[in-house]
Design a protein around this ligand. Structure first.
Ligand SMILES: CC1(C)c2ccccc2-c2ccc(C[C@@H](CC(=O)O)C(=O)C(=O)O)cc21
Ligand SMILES: [Zn+2]
Length: 327
């Protein structure tokens, strides 16, 4: 059993291989001077020794079954290893849309039963940590190192904490490449997850679905079988890679693409994320950041679609603006 640095125990061969090469993400102590510099520059970093969610390191299946409460939780079921996010509110925009996963509501006991007898399906529990969970879990949650994250939120002028999602995934589950419009401290609690990250500069290589699609913010490229005829610039993609183990906290900057995979043939993974609204810049400075340009592209796409009312008119109109005039 190969192992990484220190007491990390995982077999690096138990992650799927992809067509592009990757470079590592820095792994730094929370007090290391470069750590805050990287976060300030919105670059990913694995932060060690935060003790951010140490009270949750004991959240194994038995403990969660006991304390997650007897309420119903949101569980996604997939016929494949991929759990591609989709926004149910946008399904009406695309009548031909077929959801790639089913959303189920079940108790944690039922979820455990699915884990033990999954059949050919895969399951991924996603539950916002809120007052519906059992009181012991609330105590653990209150025991998080809020001083650390509150200090980071203040230091980097982030907006409010919007949610903490508890994620319990089966070995081999994959959340395909997507970006979020929030800052994210991603705390790995049980098991190992490999995260591939791509900077927002690679927006042109990852081909996100049109903004009105339920799959807005998700890459159209199937990393297991990239269609290079449709997505030729995927060849240029250059990823960063990191394997997260219990106690690791990964800062996933807003607008950074990430593809998250639970180690195959291994244990169930448990993670908690901390999503923060981005800060509001008090005055625009030039040159614009790539994140601001992605936000501008999204606004233009939204405005044009609202004005044209027809996605098929987008390409001809944008080509008429660009071809022979700006290119
Ligand atoms: C795939 C899933 C369960 C899902 C289904 C339907 C709606 C939302 C989501 C959703 C949101 C966040 C995650 C956690 C993480 C990826 C990972 O850890 O797998 C991630 O991307 C992040 O923390 O930003 C996972 C999911
Ligand atoms: Zn995400």
């Amino acid at each position: 059993m190969a192992s990484g640095s220190g007491d990390r125990k995982y077999d690096p061969n138990k992650f799927r291989k992809y067509t592009f090469d990757t470079e590592p993400i820095p792994r730094l102590h929370c007090y290391h001077p470069d750590t805050d510099r990287l976060i300030a520059n919105e670059r990913p970093v694995v932060i060690t020794d935060t003790h951010l969610a140490d009270t949750a390191l004991k959240w194994d299946l038995e403990y969660l079954a006991k304390h997650l409460g007897s309420g119903q939780h949101t569980v996604y079921r997939s016929k494949t290893h991929k759990f591609k996010y989709y926004d149910e509110k946008k399904i009406k925009n695309l009548p031909s849309f077929t959801p790639p996963t089913q959303v189920l509501r079940m108790t944690f006991a039922e979820f455990l039963d699915k884990l033990r007898n999954p059949g050919k399906d895969r399951y991924y529990l996603q539950q916002a940590l809120n007052d519906t969970v059992g009181k012991q879990l609330v105590l653990d949650y209150l025991g998080f190192n809020w001083d650390y994250v509150n200090e980071q939120q203040r230091k980097f002028k982030w907006g409010p904490l919007t949610s903490n999602l508890l994620l319990v995934g089966m070995p081999g589950n994959v959340t395909p490449a997507h970006y979020d419009e929030q800052q994210n401290f991603f705390a790995q609690l049980r098991g190992y997850k490999r995260v591939l990250l791509f900077p927002p500069e690679q927006f042109g290589c990852l081909y996100s679905h049109p903004i009105h699609s339920p799959h807005d913010r998700q890459s159209q490229v199937d990393f297991d079988a990239p269609d290079l005829a449709r997505f030729p610039r995927f060849r240029e993609v250059r990823g960063h890679k990191v394997v997260l183990g219990p106690g690791d906290v990964l800062y996933i900057p807003m607008y950074w693409w990430h593809h998250v995979e639970s180690l195959v043939d291994s244990e169930v993974t448990v993670s908690v994320n901390f999503w923060y609204k981005g800060g509001t810049v008090d005055k625009i400075e030039y040159p614009l950041s790539i994140q601001q340009k992605v936000a501008i592209m999204r606004n233009i796409e939204k405005m044009l679609l609202e004005a044209l009312h027809d996605p098929d008119q987008m390409a001809p109109l944008l080509c008429d603006i660009v071809k022979g005039r700006y290119d």
